[in-house]
Design a protein. Sequence first.
Length: 134
Amino acid sequence: MPKASISDNGIVYRAIRSSGWIDENNNVALAAFVLRESDKGELSILLKANCVLRICSAGLKSCWGEILLNVEKVKKLNLEIKPAPLSHSPDHAVILNLPLPENFIEAERMATLLVDSVESVHKKPEKYGQKLQL
């Protein structure tokens, strides 16, 4: 059963799906927070990141780490964080109310505000994921 609420003084995690999302100085690219058509209006995040070598909590085939976001700052942007557990990822959640990519100016503005909500970046030295061959 989903949690009733998410504490404002908590942290949520955005899986780093692309190595291009983070530069060598751990600066986060806007692309990390712009919805793609396949997102169906929901930006995937995790309530907990229990990732270990070769296993991504988000169930991704490849991942380069996590972007940590301050929940209170996200909510102050009039965005909603809602638990959305998946069978392979019980700590999955989504950020709602982001502008659709067709509204590029607004999508980029909101992505910039989300980048400002980043607490830190936990980058992995190499990608890992659910389906990597050992």
